[in-house]
Write a protein of this length. Structure first.
Length: 86
């Protein structure tokens, strides 16, 4: 994945890496494990905070808690989803 300043680029890069036709497929439970594994290997500095915020907001359907880094919130949220519904 290549970093950019486009807030939606991380989402598109994730969809492309998973071979998805639509960004909305990132909400599909069957991709959560792959998505989490992929994101765990992406350094926070590879994308801007705006890109991480856009991704965590879209994938988790919500905003990060105040003071929590968007990448960390996204990873925690995905782990929680997997814990509840493996």
């Amino acid at each position: 994945m290549t970093p950019t300043n486009d807030p939606g680029r991380l989402l598109q890069d994730l969809a492309d890496a998973l071979g998805l036709l639509y960004l909305s497929d990132l909400h599909t439970p069957r991709y959560r494990v792959s998505l989490l594994r992929m994101l765990e290997n992406v350094p926070a500095t590879q994308y801007s905070d705006a890109e991480w915020r856009a991704a965590q907001s879209y994938i988790l359907c919500g905003e990060a808690a105040a003071g929590e880094a968007p990448r960390d919130h996204l990873l925690r949220g995905l782990r929680e989803m997997l814990r509840k519904n493996p």
